[in-house]
Design a protein around this ligand. Structure first.
Ligand SMILES: [Zn+2]
Length: 411
């Protein structure tokens, strides 16, 4: 049977025995200590290598990847990131967006990500070129990755007249969720009015860039939580950044975290961006702009981490590698200790799947699509500090990419 493979001796969790993963027609049919006789199935011996389900970039801007090559952000401020990108956007074509988006997507896949939510900019400057390019890419690369699209008004809605109609058109073209950025518009509450009304119109979720500052007074999340409950969208609203939560005093932060948990809102810290753009205004001791990850997790909030950007005015670094983002988080959130490290892989696997509404067709379990990553690491608990090579990227039961990292001693 050419369509059946057994991946033998996989380390699928920290403590359990090694498992054989039997895959048929692209889906897991059994996961357990002994898959039984091969009976014609192909066999791949993983020899105890750690395995994670497909990595998920829950928040990524493919359309503005690699723009640093054209103009870097020398001040490192959010205002300059927005201004530089708006200027560059005036001269991009659909073909240009498509080329850079595919370059970024292939980099993500190379590092194990085969599911993602792309934030696609829609406004009178770029029009629907980003949507057209991303829809083309989604179709062309359907065999390699599942792409959700958040229709994203980076320039604001009211302050760029015409954006609302373009967003509606983008939703009709194939957008999955309505995006928003209330901090960059004439009036944040009216911005949220439009975003939540559009989500109701299309029967979809909401994905916001929110409270992205070092100001402890930025607590727009309370309005978002209220709106989420009123709209019955618990479990279908995500917010990226939320750095102002990190600047608040403890009592206020605790109240807000409870509100977030009660509204079922997913929080997506974006450490490579937050640490680059935030905390620029302080005299020493400097505030490192970042949300309260440990407290959010402790309160039961669904937390997912992502790259956000790859090499542009918002984030000059980035290799599309979620293990690297996980290590950055480990350091900045005091999570590199032995007891905390196992908490990190779920932030870009199962938690991200839940935030994107994919959890029912996700994971290393019978019935799920066989999408997974085989790592050159034997200790599941140390995946984040090992930073292992992603040996095999498996999509629907087929190895679509093999990576090797070799050192040759010549002493
Ligand atoms: Zn973003």
């Amino acid at each position: 049977m050419a369509n059946e493979t057994i991946f033998k001796r996989a380390r699928v969790d920290a403590d359990g025995p090694l498992a054989d993963l039997r895959v048929r027609d692209g889906a897991f049919v059994s996961v357990g200590p002994d898959a039984g006789p091969a009976e014609g199935a192909a066999e791949v011996d993983l020899a105890g290598a750690a395995v994670l389900p497909a990595f998920i970039e829950s928040h990524i801007h493919l359309d503005k990847a690699f723009l640093e090559e054209r103009r870097p952000n020398l001040s490192g401020t959010l205002a300059d990131a927005i201004d530089i990108t708006r200027e560059l956007k005036k001269s991009v074509s659909k073909e240009d967006i498509r080329e850079r988006s595919e370059r970024a997507l292939r980099l993500l896949i190379r590092h194990g990500t085969t599911r993602l939510r792309a934030q696609v900019e829609v406004d009178p400057i770029v029009g629907l070129a980003g949507m057209e390019a991303t829809l083309e890419l989604r179709e062309a690369c359907a065999g390699l990755a599942d792409i959700q699209i958040a229709v994203f008004p980076q320039e604001g809605i009211e302050q760029q007249p015409g954006t609302e109609d373009l967003m509606r058109e983008a939703m009709r073209m194939g957008g999955d969720v309505v995006g928003g950025v209330p901090y960059n518009d004439l009036n944040a509450e009216r911005h949220l009015d439009i975003v939540f009304a559009m989500a109701a119109e299309f029967g979809c979720g909401v994905d916001l860039h929110l409270d992205f500052s070092d100001d402890p007074g930025d607590d727009r999340i309370e309005s978002v939580a209220r709106r989420t409950i009123e709209a019955g969208l618990q479990g279908r609203v995500a917010v990226g950044h939320l750095t102002s939560l990190g600047a608040m005093e403890g009592g206020k932060a605790a109240r807000i975290i409870e509100t977030i948990a009660g509204a079922g809102i997913a929080v997506m810290p974006l450490p490579a961006t937050d640490l680059f753009l935030g905390g620029r205004g302080d005299a020493p001791p400097r505030f490192r702009s970042f949300t309260r990850v440990r407290e959010l997790i402790g309160a039961g909030v669904n937390v997912a981490i992502a790259s956000n950007n790859i090499r542009n005015a918002f984030t000059p670094s980035g290799r599309g590698d979620l293990l690297e983002i996980g290590l950055l988080l480990a350091h900045v959130a005091h999570m590199s200790g032995a007891a905390d490290r196992p908490l990190i892989p779920p932030l870009f696997t199962h938690n991200a799947a839940k935030a994107l509404g994919m959890e029912e067709s996700y994971g290393i379990a019978p019935g799920c699509p066989a999408d997974f990553v085989v790592l050159d690491s034997r200790d599941w608990n140390d995946i984040i500090i090992d930073q292992p090579e992603k040996r095999y990227i498996v999509r629907r039961g087929k190895i679509v990419l093999e990576n090797r990292r070799e050192s040759v001693w010549r002493d």
